[in-house]
Design a binder for this molecule. Structure first.
Ligand SMILES: [Mn+2]
Length: 442
């Protein structure tokens, strides 16, 4: 059951934006998404599809939003379909929304426009009879199985019945709008950031040599749960060389004295993400080498934050960061400037397509930024000029597998003429982190 602190005004504004971006007389269909099966008779915790949530604020499975922005009959302009609660369902699964409650959360008029789910298919058959363009929400990420998507499954039913319909990907109108955050959304992201910061401070106070990675994760879990948050993604707690596995999530090894531990974790509050990475010494003190490597990444981080201004692009920033990290890598003795020259003349002479800057890519193999919002990796093109009100990450890293050192420093940045570091309050400097780790537990 939603414990909503967000006014329906946000979702109304969002629907207005999407409808004014849509083609005239189109029909927009957005499903809330399934509750996915886990194994046997168990399910994963339900989480609505971000586009559906963005438009309605509803967190109940088997809900559908249909919008016909230009329809002459007002009652078809927005319709929300929800499950019709029955007594058995309520006993076994718990409380389901009434039409009145769904109206209160979403701001969609209760009288004509909130209906029970069984009316959906007939209504759409009627709404598409003149062959309007139909917006459908298709999976946009390559690794997301379309077969698992409720929107995709429904599209097959729709095209079977109405084969000549012209469809348009919903993301063409949701992505550009979702990228720019309303102040209500920023407040939710800031709350997620605040809880993430609390969790990091607790981790600093409790981490000790010989602790298992999952014990550190437990400290994060405690702070998140205590504050009504979940994880925006599976947390990474990677000690020693595990930190060089970019998506290490098993979190089951012992943290050894003298090793670093890389944390990449973020609270999710009311479905809005935060995304933070910190790297701390297990024993509370960085060694000389670790400190040199850490400060190299931190210098690049600090130089990068001011680049998130309107008009710049993530891809251009990536190029700049690779150059800066390359210089730091030379300073750390990972290769020489002679090696770099040799590399570029080899690339010029070769007919093969040699990846750009393989020396740098060996030690820094991911991008420095992505969009963030309802999804930790919010959709959006990295060639898209940044605009005021976008939220992105800034996350340079350095991974020296042969030395068992993996470092990533990541904060969330609000794009503006003077970019705002939303995580400026979370300890980041070597001395600051060491001081925090010196403190005894709660
Ligand atoms: Mn990230």
């Amino acid at each position: 059951m939603k414990n909503s602190k967000i006014s329906a005004g946000l979702y109304k504004k969002n629907r207005e934006k999407i409808c004014s971006s849509a083609e005239k007389n189109s029909v927009i269909i957005v499903h809330s998404g399934y509750q996915y099966p886990r194994n046997a008779d168990q399910f994963y915790k339900y989480r609505p599809h971000s586009d559906f949530y963005y438009l309605t604020g509803i967190e109940q499975e088997k809900s559908i939003l249909v919008m016909c922005p230009g329809h002459p009959d007002e009652k078809y302009r927005e319709i929300l379909y929800i499950l019709r609660p029955d007594e058995k369902m309520q006993i076994w699964e718990g409380y389901k929304l009434t039409r009145e409650e769904a109206s209160g959360i979403s701001g969609i008029n209760e009288i004509n426009e909130i209906k029970w789910g069984n009316e959906f298919e007939n209504d759409v058959d009627f709404l598409v009879k003149n062959k309007p363009p139909v917006y459908l929400n298709m999976p946009e990420k390559q690794n997301c199985e379309p077969v698992l998507s409720q929107d995709f499954n429904y599209s097959k039913i729709l095209f079977e019945k109405h084969p000549l319909l012209r469809s348009i990907r919903l993301s063409t109108i949701t992505t550009p709008n979702r990228l720019i955050k309303e102040y209500e959304e920023l407040a939710l992201i800031k709350k997620a950031v605040e809880v993430t910061g609390e969790a990091f401070k607790r981790v600093c106070r409790t981490t000790k040599p010989e602790m298992f990675e999952y014990e550190i994760e437990a400290e994060i879990n405690y702070v998140f749960s205590k504050n009504g948050c979940g994880h925006a993604y599976l947390p990474i707690v990677a000690s020693g060389a595990n930190a060089c596995v970019l998506h290490y999530i098993t979190n089951r090894e012992k943290c050894k004295k003298g090793d670093l531990v890389l944390l990449d974790f973020g609270a999710e509050f009311e479905n809005y993400a935060s995304d933070c990475s910190r790297t701390i010494p297990v024993s509370g003190k960085f060694t000389k080498r670790q400190k040199d490597c850490y400060n190299a990444v931190l210098r690049v981080f600090r130089k990068t934050v001011p680049l998130f201004v309107p008009g710049n692009t993530i891809n251009k920033i990536n190029q700049q960061v690779k150059q800066w990290l390359g210089e730091e890598m030379i300073g750390l003795g990972l290769f020489t400037s002679e090696d770099v020259k040799k590399q570029s003349s080899l690339a010029e002479a070769s007919e093969d397509n040699i990846p750009e800057n393989p020396l740098v890519t060996k030690y820094f193999m991911h991008g420095v930024s992505h969009f963030m919002g309802l999804d930790v990796h919010d959709p959006g093109s990295k060639d898209e000029p940044l605009k005021k009100g976008m939220v992105v990450t800034c996350e340079p890293g350095l991974y020296i597998k042969e030395e068992g050192i993996g470092i990533r420093i990541e904060n969330n940045i609000l794009v503006d003429e003077m970019p705002v570091d939303l995580m400026a309050g979370i300890p980041i400097g070597v001395e600051e982190v060491e001081r925090m780790m010196g403190k005894s537990g709660d």
